[in-house]
Design a protein around this ligand. Structure first.
Ligand code: SF4
Length: 385
């Protein structure tokens, strides 16, 4: 554990900054009365009066380890998502260092997200292995892919190297999605040992447009250098811009030319151009009208005949999903255990699954009767019955 300690005089709190991202705060008077002579690491791990925050987003943070008994299946923000294929989405943490104006999960400066989650690397890697083994038992010779993605930037996760190392041992393919800003040439060289493919989001080659889309200070040249470094390493590079109508219409073709010139996509497809979708709880850039799929694919075809993607391009095949634990419409009484990702959402735990309870003003520890309204892909959403 790496940490530094300082006093926040304004909030009258003692602050431990752990592994660069986790902020552990204890009221100064409590610290001075009970903990001043104790070992720092013990205070960070065991003090019951501590509050934990994400130092980047400043939101409350749950650190989820095996001991916490919080399951890793059931939520879209953290854990593992099994959509019934040989690709498992691995989501170790939430929170992003950018603030993209089109972000589908409203990351960065967020109006809707109030809680972040971070999962212990051993815990999530072991769960991945367990699910991969389950799939291998049902399908001989299947290649299982660990795809690290999530509601945020995975390279902010302080234990990413450990997680990659562990996934390398149990997955056939390891891929990761990133905005590239936190990568360095040295890290790319080091991570060649663990990663097969990086999906890199570059949304414009014009500095002004790229910064406008990122919604904050953005070093485009750095990300372009990283793209070149990845393309010349053993890691396959996929460029994944989001096409935001009215903002980067002229940039997509330039990104494709750039990707082809540096040798993106040696093993898989070189581009994963995404259509901007207006999500209810996502960011909505002023004046951007989402294209319909027909127009989007027509426009892609005008740029290149290899830009429309199919699951087979990535070797994705259907395979047995882990069992569901709740039926749609099922009524159940649950205890509220954690704060939800968004306002008016709380989290309950039952049958080794996470259940998000939406539109609720219940408190931690309350018991509540709910009805399951979503169970697709083992992601559970419930509302009060
Ligand atoms: S990099 Fe991704 S997660 Fe972060 S703000 Fe941009 S779109 Fe959202």
């Amino acid at each position: 554990m790496r940490y530094s300690k300082f006093i926040d005089e304004e909030k009258k709190e003692v602050v431990f900054l752990v592994d660069g991202v986790i902020e552990v705060r204890i009221a100064k008077n409590i610290y001075e009365k009970y903990y001043a002579k104790q070992n720092d690491e013990e205070i960070i791990s065991l003090c019951p009066y501590k509050n934990i925050y994400n130092a980047i987003t400043k939101r409350r943070l749950y650190f989820i380890s095996e001991r916490s008994r919080v399951p890793l299946i059931g939520h879209t923000a953290f854990g593992i998502i099994d959509r019934g294929t040989n690709l498992l989405q691995v989501r170790p943490s939430t929170g992003c260092n950018l603030n993209c104006i089109f972000c589908s999960v409203d990351e960065g400066k967020s109006k809707t997200r109030v809680t972040d989650y971070m999962v212990d690397a051993d815990y999530i890697a072991n769960k991945f292995e367990e699910i991969a083994d389950f799939k291998r038992k049902h399908h001989k010779n299947i290649a299982i892919e660990a795809h690290i993605d999530g509601q945020g930037e995975p390279f902010l996760y302080p234990y990413i190297e450990k997680l990659l190392r562990k996934l390398r041992d149990s997955a056939d393919i390891v891929s990761i999605q990133t905005n590239g800003t936190l990568l360095t040439k040295e890290k790319v060289k080091k991570f060649q040992a663990y990663i097969d493919r990086i999906n890199l989001s570059i949304n414009a080659l014009n500095e002004k447009t790229a910064t406008l889309l990122a919604g904050c200070h953005y070093n485009l040249q750095h990300v372009l250098d990283i793209a070149e470094e990845i393309a010349s390493s053993n890691i396959d590079l996929l460029l994944a811009p989001v096409w935001v109508p009215g903002y980067n219409d002229d940039e997509i073709e330039k990104i494709v030319r750039f990707g082809r010139s540096i040798g993106a996509g040696k093993k898989w497809k070189a581009f994963g151009i995404q259509k901007y979708i207006r999500y209810k709880f996502g960011k909505k850039p002023q004046g951007a009208k989402a294209m319909d799929f027909k127009t989007f694919y027509k426009k892609l075809a005008e740029i290149g005949n290899d830009l429309k993607l199919y699951p087979k391009d990535f070797g994705i095949v259907k395979c047995k999903a882990i069992p569901k634990k709740f039926k749609l419409g099922e009524k159940i009484k649950l205890r509220i255990e954690m704060y939800g990702r968004m306002k008016n959402e709380m989290i309950a735990i039952a049958r080794d699954r996470i259940i998000q309870i939406i539109d609720t003003n219940r408190k931690l520890g309350d018991y509540v009767n709910v009805r399951i309204i979503r169970n697709k892909h083992n992601i559970y959403v419930a509302e009060e019955a």
